[in-house]
Design a protein around this ligand. Structure first.
Ligand SMILES: CSC[C@H]1O[C@@H](n2cnc3c(O)ncnc32)[C@H](O)[C@@H]1O
Ligand SMILES: [Zn+2]
Length: 446
């Protein structure tokens, strides 16, 4: 290469290891990632980069794995303020007796802003660059994510009954359509439709949600088949499994993401795969609420795209998606009674490229390939808890936790540098979090 073929770019990252996710199952050594603006300009061996690129800034990461930013495909960000408030309960008691009353008492625009910022701080620190949210005041969550510079799918809630965000389906759909219009075409914010669950949304509003998704191309995310009770109760009351009911209403398809799916029959798998419907697996929330075990191996074998989510911090109780890859891999092995099921590379693909697929953005997110958006993280493998290193992919899933993340970029913009958040004022956030915790403790003591 001659001097006049040298290209100028913004940032160069020299990484000890590179896990690109595409092609699948490889880890390369001594690679350079060149970032130009919001995109990855090139991924190539360090020695070749020396010849071909002159960058304004070079970041040396001699003990690190560099990989795509993680995509947390399901959560309720502001619920981080309820972390540890109601533990050791099954789903319906947790919701009916604790979470829904607390949401009725505490949720306000300021609660959503502070809780969402707390969740974003944790997610960014632990390697997530894109998250999906389903919660009240989605217009605030969208604005917060945009201002911070995180990518987010923002699902506006849809339920049959009134909540702090609206009086019923008419208002939810009206406000939701405004959200879709406001963020149409935005690279960071992907507004979506969030019918809460089959037991809280009746056929009429679901049909309107489908029509809105068809009209706008918006994704639709819903909790589904979370517990055995949900399915048996629907069989008793409606004579159908909830998935079958959604299929009849036209809900299933490539724009739809079903969260949980711990109760899965072979016809269910055929229906999901045949319609191209995505499943979002949240193993830690399912374990903690004793909801059930999603048969990840069967869904994958059946051709269903399986992505990962943490669910909210009130049922997990953290938002560390690396932890979720580990739990997903371990639980899948026991469920399948086969230790070869759900390898480290498969778990990492679920946390990255499969999430991008569920969002309909696999052409620009989820792997480190030239031309894709520069959503990148670095994980330091030099700490004693992670040494020695034979296979970095194994360590990322089985030995690591998200706190080993030292750097992250979203759209080429640094979000974490040397383990510190660049765009969130953590001491100020903690003062606000303390204020909420004091109020919640006081009301609980009443
Ligand atoms: C309509 S906004 C979202 C709504 O969902 C509640 N929620 C949180 N976690 C779960 C879960 O695992 N299953 C069902 N519903 C859940 C949350 O508290 C909000 O009320
Ligand atoms: Zn949830």
């Amino acid at each position: 290469m001659t001097a006049d073929t040298i290209t100028a770019a913004d940032i160069r990252i020299n990484a000890r290891w590179l896990l690109p996710v595409e092609p699948y199952g490889i880890v390369l050594e001594h690679q350079a990632i060149i970032i130009q603006g919001a995109r990855i300009a090139a991924v190539l061996p360090v020695a070749e980069a020396d010849q071909g690129f002159r960058t304004k800034e070079t970041i040396e990461l001699p003990h690190h794995v560099v990989m795509p930013g993680l995509i947390n495909m399901h959560g309720h960000a502001a619920m981080s303020l309820f972390r540890g408030m109601a533990d050791d309960l099954p789903l319906m008691a947790w919701l009916n007796d604790h979470i829904w009353p607390a949401e009725g008492q505490f949720i306000s625009e300021q609660f959503i802003a502070d809780g969402t910022q707390l969740a974003m701080a944790e997610m960014l620190r632990t390697g997530t660059t894109t998250f999906s949210d389903m919660y009240f005041f989605p217009e605030i969550v969208a604005q917060m994510a945009h201002d911070t510079g995180m990518r987010a799918q923002i699902c506006f809630p849809l339920l049959d009954f009134p909540t702090v965000w609206g009086s019923g389906p008419d208002e939810y759909l009206h406000k939701g359509e405004d959200l879709l219009n406001t963020w149409k075409g935005d690279s960071y914010i992907m507004p979506a439709i969030g019918p809460h669950a089959p037991y809280t949304v009746s056929d009429g509003p679901l049909a309107r949600a489908v029509a809105l998704s068809e009209k706008t191309g918006a994704r639709l995310q819903t909790h589904l088949h979370e517990t055995e009770f949900e399915v048996s109760d629907a069989m008793e009351k409606q004579g159908k499994r909830p998935l079958e009911r959604l299929a009849k209403l036209g809900v299933l398809g490539a724009r739809t993401q079903c969260v949980h799916m711990t109760q899965v029959s072979q016809p269910d798998i055929d229906l999901l795969a045949g319609t191209g419907t995505h499943v979002i697996h949240c193993p830690e929330s399912n374990l903690k609420l004793a909801s059930g075990l999603c048969p990840a191996h069967k869904l994958m074998a059946g051709g269903v795209n399986l992505a990962l989510g943490t669910d909210g911090a009130a049922s997990n109780n953290d938002l560390d998606l690396f932890g979720e890859t580990r739990t997903a891999a371990m639980v899948a092995k026991v469920v399948a009674k086969d230790a070869s099921v759900l390898s480290a590379h498969q778990a990492l693909q679920m946390a990255t490229l499969n999430g991008a697929r569920a969002l309909g953005r696999e052409h620009e997110l989820g792997s480190l390939v030239a031309g894709k958006l520069a959503d990148i993280i670095a994980v330091d493998l030099s700490d004693p808890f992670i040494q020695p290193v034979y296979d970095p992919a194994s360590h990322l899933v089985y030995s690591n936790h998200g706190r080993a993340v030292t750097h992250s970029w979203v759209n080429g913009v640094p979000q974490v540098q040397d383990g510190k958040l660049t765009r969130i004022d953590v001491p100020d956030l903690m003062l606000r979090v303390d204020g909420w915790a004091r109020q919640i403790r006081e009301r609980q003591a009443d």
